[in-house]
Design a protein around this ligand. Structure first.
Ligand code: ADP
Ligand code: MG
Length: 361
Protein backbone atom coordinates (compact mmCIF):
# COMPACT_ATOMS: atom_id res chain seq x y z
CA UNK A 1 0.00 0.00 0.00
CA UNK A 2 2.34 2.76 1.17
CA UNK A 3 5.74 2.96 -0.43
CA UNK A 4 8.68 4.80 1.15
CA UNK A 5 8.27 8.55 1.09
CA UNK A 6 4.82 8.33 -0.46
CA UNK A 7 2.51 8.55 2.50
CA UNK A 8 -0.97 9.77 1.63
CA UNK A 9 -3.04 12.19 3.68
CA UNK A 10 -6.33 10.87 5.09
CA UNK A 11 -9.54 12.65 5.96
CA UNK A 12 -11.04 11.18 9.12
CA UNK A 13 -14.82 10.97 9.31
CA UNK A 14 -15.24 10.28 5.60
CA UNK A 15 -14.80 6.53 5.75
CA UNK A 16 -11.21 7.11 4.71
CA UNK A 17 -9.97 5.91 8.06
CA UNK A 18 -11.60 3.04 9.95
CA UNK A 19 -12.05 3.44 13.70
CA UNK A 20 -10.73 0.60 15.81
CA UNK A 21 -13.83 1.10 17.97
CA UNK A 22 -16.26 0.48 15.09
CA UNK A 23 -16.22 -3.30 15.39
CA UNK A 24 -17.72 -3.19 18.88
CA UNK A 25 -21.11 -1.73 18.12
CA UNK A 26 -23.21 0.74 16.24
CA UNK A 27 -22.26 4.36 15.69
CA UNK A 28 -23.49 6.61 18.51
CA UNK A 29 -21.86 10.00 18.15
CA UNK A 30 -19.92 11.87 15.49
CA UNK A 31 -17.73 14.90 16.02
CA UNK A 32 -17.00 16.45 12.64
CA UNK A 33 -14.41 19.18 12.14
CA UNK A 34 -14.91 20.80 15.54
CA UNK A 35 -13.20 24.13 16.05
CA UNK A 36 -13.33 26.19 19.20
CA UNK A 37 -11.31 29.36 19.82
CA UNK A 38 -11.06 31.56 22.87
CA UNK A 39 -10.24 35.25 22.79
CA UNK A 40 -7.36 36.02 25.08
CA UNK A 41 -7.46 39.82 24.84
CA UNK A 42 -5.33 42.22 22.83
CA UNK A 43 -6.47 40.44 19.67
CA UNK A 44 -4.87 37.14 20.61
CA UNK A 45 -6.92 34.04 19.88
CA UNK A 46 -6.30 30.58 21.29
CA UNK A 47 -7.45 27.65 19.17
CA UNK A 48 -8.39 25.21 21.92
CA UNK A 49 -9.82 22.64 19.49
CA UNK A 50 -8.87 22.47 15.86
CA UNK A 51 -10.57 20.28 13.23
CA UNK A 52 -11.41 17.60 15.75
CA UNK A 53 -13.13 14.66 14.07
CA UNK A 54 -13.91 11.23 15.52
CA UNK A 55 -16.71 8.77 16.18
CA UNK A 56 -17.96 7.02 19.29
CA UNK A 57 -19.54 3.57 19.06
CA UNK A 58 -21.82 1.73 21.49
CA UNK A 59 -19.90 -0.65 23.74
CA UNK A 60 -16.52 0.78 22.75
CA UNK A 61 -13.96 3.00 24.46
CA UNK A 62 -12.20 5.83 22.67
CA UNK A 63 -9.40 7.44 24.67
CA UNK A 64 -8.52 11.10 24.18
CA UNK A 65 -4.97 11.52 25.45
CA UNK A 66 -2.84 14.62 25.86
CA UNK A 67 -1.06 16.80 28.37
CA UNK A 68 -2.73 19.52 30.39
CA UNK A 69 -3.94 22.39 28.18
CA UNK A 70 -4.09 20.32 24.98
CA UNK A 71 -7.85 20.86 24.61
CA UNK A 72 -9.33 17.63 25.99
CA UNK A 73 -11.91 19.24 28.26
CA UNK A 74 -12.86 21.65 25.50
CA UNK A 75 -13.71 18.66 23.30
CA UNK A 76 -15.72 17.07 26.14
CA UNK A 77 -17.72 20.28 26.63
CA UNK A 78 -18.37 20.57 22.89
CA UNK A 79 -19.71 17.01 22.83
CA UNK A 80 -21.76 17.57 25.96
CA UNK A 81 -23.43 20.65 24.48
CA UNK A 82 -21.94 22.88 27.17
CA UNK A 83 -19.87 24.83 24.66
CA UNK A 84 -20.68 25.74 21.10
CA UNK A 85 -18.20 25.05 18.33
CA UNK A 86 -17.20 28.00 16.14
CA UNK A 87 -17.44 25.61 13.23
CA UNK A 88 -18.08 21.90 12.94
CA UNK A 89 -20.88 19.72 14.20
CA UNK A 90 -21.79 17.00 16.64
CA UNK A 91 -24.39 14.40 15.71
CA UNK A 92 -26.01 11.83 17.96
CA UNK A 93 -27.59 8.77 16.33
CA UNK A 94 -27.34 10.57 13.02
CA UNK A 95 -29.15 13.73 14.16
CA UNK A 96 -27.49 17.12 14.70
CA UNK A 97 -27.33 18.07 18.34
CA UNK A 98 -30.00 20.48 19.49
CA UNK A 99 -29.45 22.18 22.83
CA UNK A 100 -31.20 25.40 21.87
CA UNK A 101 -33.90 25.22 24.55
CA UNK A 102 -33.99 23.96 28.13
CA UNK A 103 -36.16 21.01 27.11
CA UNK A 104 -33.91 20.14 24.18
CA UNK A 105 -30.83 20.31 26.42
CA UNK A 106 -32.48 18.07 29.01
CA UNK A 107 -33.40 15.57 26.32
CA UNK A 108 -29.82 15.65 25.07
CA UNK A 109 -28.47 15.13 28.59
CA UNK A 110 -30.55 12.00 28.98
CA UNK A 111 -28.46 10.59 26.11
CA UNK A 112 -25.05 12.19 26.74
CA UNK A 113 -23.56 12.47 30.22
CA UNK A 114 -20.32 14.04 31.35
CA UNK A 115 -18.36 12.91 34.43
CA UNK A 116 -15.67 15.25 35.72
CA UNK A 117 -12.30 14.77 37.29
CA UNK A 118 -13.23 16.13 40.69
CA UNK A 119 -16.25 14.41 42.25
CA UNK A 120 -16.11 16.75 45.23
CA UNK A 121 -16.86 19.88 43.25
CA UNK A 122 -19.44 18.18 41.03
CA UNK A 123 -21.54 16.88 43.94
CA UNK A 124 -23.62 19.31 45.96
CA UNK A 125 -22.31 19.40 49.55
CA UNK A 126 -25.75 20.14 51.03
CA UNK A 127 -27.44 17.11 49.48
CA UNK A 128 -27.32 13.42 50.33
CA UNK A 129 -26.34 10.61 47.98
CA UNK A 130 -30.03 9.69 47.73
CA UNK A 131 -30.91 13.18 46.48
CA UNK A 132 -28.13 13.10 43.87
CA UNK A 133 -29.53 9.87 42.41
CA UNK A 134 -33.29 10.36 42.83
CA UNK A 135 -33.25 13.64 40.97
CA UNK A 136 -31.93 12.35 37.63
CA UNK A 137 -34.07 9.20 37.90
CA UNK A 138 -37.19 11.38 38.21
CA UNK A 139 -35.99 13.82 35.56
CA UNK A 140 -34.91 11.35 32.91
CA UNK A 141 -36.72 8.07 33.48
CA UNK A 142 -40.34 9.16 33.19
CA UNK A 143 -43.05 8.71 35.79
CA UNK A 144 -42.24 6.18 38.46
CA UNK A 145 -43.79 5.24 41.80
CA UNK A 146 -41.85 5.85 45.01
CA UNK A 147 -41.02 2.16 45.21
CA UNK A 148 -39.81 2.06 41.64
CA UNK A 149 -37.57 5.09 42.23
CA UNK A 150 -36.15 3.49 45.36
CA UNK A 151 -35.50 0.23 43.52
CA UNK A 152 -33.75 2.09 40.70
CA UNK A 153 -31.57 4.08 43.12
CA UNK A 154 -30.55 0.92 44.97
CA UNK A 155 -29.81 -0.83 41.70
CA UNK A 156 -27.57 2.06 40.56
CA UNK A 157 -25.71 1.90 43.88
CA UNK A 158 -25.16 -1.81 43.37
CA UNK A 159 -23.95 -1.25 39.83
CA UNK A 160 -21.24 1.13 41.05
CA UNK A 161 -20.53 -1.24 43.97
CA UNK A 162 -21.58 1.06 46.79
CA UNK A 163 -23.19 -1.60 48.93
CA UNK A 164 -25.12 -2.10 51.06
CA UNK A 165 -26.85 0.86 49.43
CA UNK A 166 -28.80 1.83 52.55
CA UNK A 167 -25.52 2.48 54.31
CA UNK A 168 -24.56 5.18 51.80
CA UNK A 169 -27.83 6.78 50.67
CA UNK A 170 -28.22 9.08 53.67
CA UNK A 171 -24.60 10.26 53.58
CA UNK A 172 -23.37 13.64 52.40
CA UNK A 173 -20.46 13.99 49.94
CA UNK A 174 -17.98 14.99 52.67
CA UNK A 175 -18.71 11.74 54.51
CA UNK A 176 -17.44 9.69 51.56
CA UNK A 177 -13.94 8.90 50.32
CA UNK A 178 -12.77 10.27 46.96
CA UNK A 179 -13.39 6.92 45.30
CA UNK A 180 -16.87 6.61 46.79
CA UNK A 181 -17.72 10.12 45.61
CA UNK A 182 -16.63 9.27 42.09
CA UNK A 183 -18.81 6.14 42.24
CA UNK A 184 -21.75 8.39 43.12
CA UNK A 185 -20.87 10.59 40.11
CA UNK A 186 -20.89 7.53 37.86
CA UNK A 187 -24.23 6.36 39.31
CA UNK A 188 -25.73 9.82 38.86
CA UNK A 189 -24.60 9.91 35.23
CA UNK A 190 -26.06 6.45 34.61
CA UNK A 191 -29.37 7.40 36.24
CA UNK A 192 -30.11 9.35 33.06
CA UNK A 193 -29.75 6.08 31.08
CA UNK A 194 -27.32 7.67 28.61
CA UNK A 195 -25.99 6.02 25.49
CA UNK A 196 -22.81 8.14 25.61
CA UNK A 197 -20.61 8.71 28.65
CA UNK A 198 -17.87 11.33 28.50
CA UNK A 199 -15.41 10.72 31.34
CA UNK A 200 -13.01 13.65 31.72
CA UNK A 201 -9.97 12.38 33.65
CA UNK A 202 -12.25 10.33 35.92
CA UNK A 203 -9.43 8.83 37.98
CA UNK A 204 -6.74 11.55 37.95
CA UNK A 205 -7.77 13.03 41.29
CA UNK A 206 -8.12 9.69 43.02
CA UNK A 207 -5.55 7.95 45.15
CA UNK A 208 -3.27 5.82 42.97
CA UNK A 209 -4.20 2.75 44.99
CA UNK A 210 -7.80 2.77 43.70
CA UNK A 211 -7.32 3.99 40.13
CA UNK A 212 -7.12 0.55 38.57
CA UNK A 213 -10.22 -0.61 40.43
CA UNK A 214 -12.10 2.47 39.22
CA UNK A 215 -11.04 1.88 35.62
CA UNK A 216 -12.22 -1.70 35.92
CA UNK A 217 -15.54 -0.42 37.26
CA UNK A 218 -15.84 1.99 34.34
CA UNK A 219 -15.18 -0.86 31.96
CA UNK A 220 -17.87 -3.00 33.62
CA UNK A 221 -20.33 -0.10 33.36
CA UNK A 222 -19.48 0.25 29.69
CA UNK A 223 -20.45 -3.39 29.18
CA UNK A 224 -23.51 -3.40 31.47
CA UNK A 225 -25.01 -0.25 29.93
CA UNK A 226 -23.63 -0.75 26.42
CA UNK A 227 -22.13 2.73 26.62
CA UNK A 228 -20.22 4.61 23.99
CA UNK A 229 -17.40 5.80 26.24
CA UNK A 230 -14.98 8.67 25.72
CA UNK A 231 -12.18 8.24 28.23
CA UNK A 232 -10.13 11.42 28.63
CA UNK A 233 -6.72 11.13 30.26
CA UNK A 234 -3.21 12.54 30.36
CA UNK A 235 -1.93 9.04 31.12
CA UNK A 236 -1.37 7.11 27.90
CA UNK A 237 -0.59 3.91 29.80
CA UNK A 238 -4.11 3.80 31.22
CA UNK A 239 -5.51 4.41 27.72
CA UNK A 240 -3.85 1.29 26.46
CA UNK A 241 -5.27 -0.54 29.41
CA UNK A 242 -8.86 -0.37 28.29
CA UNK A 243 -9.42 1.70 25.15
CA UNK A 244 -10.21 0.38 21.69
CA UNK A 245 -9.02 3.47 19.86
CA UNK A 246 -6.59 6.15 21.03
CA UNK A 247 -6.65 9.77 19.85
CA UNK A 248 -3.57 11.75 20.83
CA UNK A 249 -4.18 15.45 21.16
CA UNK A 250 -1.56 18.18 21.03
CA UNK A 251 -2.25 21.93 21.08
CA UNK A 252 -5.89 21.44 20.12
CA UNK A 253 -5.32 18.92 17.33
CA UNK A 254 -5.50 15.16 17.04
CA UNK A 255 -1.97 14.41 15.89
CA UNK A 256 -2.07 10.62 16.04
CA UNK A 257 -4.91 8.10 16.08
CA UNK A 258 -5.40 4.38 15.76
CA UNK A 259 -5.95 1.08 17.57
CA UNK A 260 -5.00 1.46 21.24
CA UNK A 261 -2.52 -1.43 21.31
CA UNK A 262 -0.67 -0.20 18.26
CA UNK A 263 -0.51 3.49 19.13
CA UNK A 264 0.67 2.83 22.68
CA UNK A 265 3.10 0.03 21.85
CA UNK A 266 4.55 1.45 18.67
CA UNK A 267 3.82 5.17 18.63
CA UNK A 268 4.52 6.87 15.30
CA UNK A 269 4.39 10.59 16.08
CA UNK A 270 7.41 12.00 17.97
CA UNK A 271 5.02 13.52 20.54
CA UNK A 272 3.28 10.19 21.18
CA UNK A 273 6.72 8.60 21.48
CA UNK A 274 7.59 11.18 24.13
CA UNK A 275 4.35 10.48 26.01
CA UNK A 276 4.86 6.72 25.90
CA UNK A 277 8.50 6.87 26.95
CA UNK A 278 7.67 9.00 29.97
CA UNK A 279 4.67 6.90 31.03
CA UNK A 280 4.87 3.91 33.37
CA UNK A 281 5.45 0.55 31.71
CA UNK A 282 2.03 -0.31 30.21
CA UNK A 283 2.54 -4.04 30.76
CA UNK A 284 2.98 -3.32 34.38
CA UNK A 285 0.24 -0.76 34.74
CA UNK A 286 -1.61 -2.52 37.54
CA UNK A 287 1.38 -2.75 39.81
CA UNK A 288 2.57 0.72 38.90
CA UNK A 289 -0.83 2.18 39.77
CA UNK A 290 -0.96 0.17 42.95
CA UNK A 291 2.52 0.85 44.18
CA UNK A 292 2.05 4.53 43.55
CA UNK A 293 5.27 4.67 41.55
CA UNK A 294 5.75 7.98 39.84
CA UNK A 295 6.81 8.39 36.28
CA UNK A 296 10.50 9.07 35.88
CA UNK A 297 10.58 11.74 33.20
CA UNK A 298 8.11 14.54 33.00
CA UNK A 299 6.81 15.73 29.68
CA UNK A 300 7.26 19.50 29.65
CA UNK A 301 4.04 21.39 29.06
CA UNK A 302 3.48 23.15 25.78
CA UNK A 303 4.23 26.83 25.97
CA UNK A 304 1.52 28.46 23.93
CA UNK A 305 0.33 27.73 20.44
CA UNK A 306 2.41 27.70 17.31
CA UNK A 307 0.89 29.47 14.33
CA UNK A 308 3.06 28.20 11.50
CA UNK A 309 4.04 24.68 10.68
CA UNK A 310 3.64 21.64 12.86
CA UNK A 311 2.35 22.57 16.35
CA UNK A 312 4.95 20.25 17.88
CA UNK A 313 7.98 21.56 15.98
CA UNK A 314 9.45 23.71 18.80
CA UNK A 315 9.77 20.59 20.95
CA UNK A 316 10.45 18.03 18.26
CA UNK A 317 13.94 16.53 17.97
CA UNK A 318 13.28 15.72 14.30
CA UNK A 319 12.01 19.15 13.21
CA UNK A 320 13.37 20.45 9.92
CA UNK A 321 12.50 23.43 7.69
CA UNK A 322 9.29 21.95 6.32
CA UNK A 323 8.01 21.29 9.86
CA UNK A 324 8.47 24.95 10.75
CA UNK A 325 6.71 26.15 7.61
CA UNK A 326 3.91 23.72 6.78
CA UNK A 327 1.31 22.10 9.00
CA UNK A 328 1.34 18.35 8.42
CA UNK A 329 -1.98 16.63 7.66
CA UNK A 330 -2.82 13.22 9.12
CA UNK A 331 -0.95 10.65 7.01
CA UNK A 332 -2.15 7.10 6.60
CA UNK A 333 -0.10 4.44 8.37
CA UNK A 334 -2.68 1.69 7.92
CA UNK A 335 -6.42 1.43 7.27
CA UNK A 336 -7.13 2.37 10.89
CA UNK A 337 -4.09 4.41 11.84
CA UNK A 338 -2.68 7.85 11.00
CA UNK A 339 -0.27 10.48 12.31
CA UNK A 340 0.29 14.12 11.43
CA UNK A 341 4.04 14.32 10.92
CA UNK A 342 6.27 15.13 7.96
CA UNK A 343 9.04 12.95 9.31
CA UNK A 344 7.30 9.62 9.85
CA UNK A 345 9.91 7.90 7.69
CA UNK A 346 12.48 8.85 10.31
CA UNK A 347 10.24 8.82 13.40
CA UNK A 348 8.71 5.42 12.70
CA UNK A 349 10.58 3.76 9.81
CA UNK A 350 9.39 0.29 10.81
CA UNK A 351 5.78 1.43 10.38
CA UNK A 352 5.99 3.30 7.13
CA UNK A 353 9.32 2.54 5.50
CA UNK A 354 10.55 0.04 2.91
CA UNK A 355 7.08 -0.96 1.83
CA UNK A 356 7.19 -3.55 4.63
CA UNK A 357 4.24 -2.28 6.60
CA UNK A 358 3.46 -4.74 9.37
CA UNK A 359 0.18 -3.03 10.18
CA UNK A 360 -0.92 -2.34 6.65
CA UNK A 361 -4.13 -3.91 5.43
P1 ADP B 1 -7.15 20.12 28.87
O1 ADP B 1 -8.48 19.61 29.32
O2 ADP B 1 -6.49 19.23 27.85
O3 ADP B 1 -6.23 20.42 30.00
P2 ADP B 1 -8.63 22.50 28.09
O4 ADP B 1 -9.59 22.07 27.03
O5 ADP B 1 -9.17 22.69 29.45
O6 ADP B 1 -7.38 21.50 28.09
O7 ADP B 1 -7.97 23.86 27.63
C1 ADP B 1 -7.35 24.01 26.37
C2 ADP B 1 -6.84 25.42 26.25
O8 ADP B 1 -7.93 26.32 26.18
C3 ADP B 1 -6.01 25.86 27.46
O9 ADP B 1 -4.95 26.66 27.01
C4 ADP B 1 -6.99 26.66 28.27
O10 ADP B 1 -6.34 27.64 29.03
C5 ADP B 1 -7.86 27.29 27.20
N1 ADP B 1 -9.24 27.54 27.64
C6 ADP B 1 -10.16 26.60 28.02
N2 ADP B 1 -11.32 27.18 28.35
C7 ADP B 1 -11.16 28.52 28.17
C8 ADP B 1 -11.99 29.69 28.32
N3 ADP B 1 -13.25 29.55 28.73
N4 ADP B 1 -11.44 30.89 28.05
C9 ADP B 1 -10.17 31.02 27.62
N5 ADP B 1 -9.33 29.99 27.45
C10 ADP B 1 -9.80 28.75 27.73
MG1 MG C 1 -9.11 19.04 31.23
Amino acid sequence: MSSPGALEPVTPGTGDLVSAAAQRGELAMQAVGLNRSYRLGRGAVLRAARDVTFNLYRGAVVALVGESGSGKSTVAKLLAGQEKPNTGSVTLDGRPVDVSSRTAFRRYKSEVQLVFQDPFSSLNPVHTVRYHLERPVKLHQGKKSRDEIEAEVVSLMEQVRLTPAQQFLAKFPHELSGGQRQRVSFARALAARPSVLLADEPVSMLDVSIRLEMLNLLDDLRKDFHLALLYITHDIASARYFADEVLVMYAGEIIERGPAEQVTQRPAHPYTQLLVSSAPDPDNLGSVLQSGARRGTRVPESSGRVTDGCPFHPRCPLAEDRCRAERPPLMRISSSRAAACWRLDVAAPELVGNGANPEGV
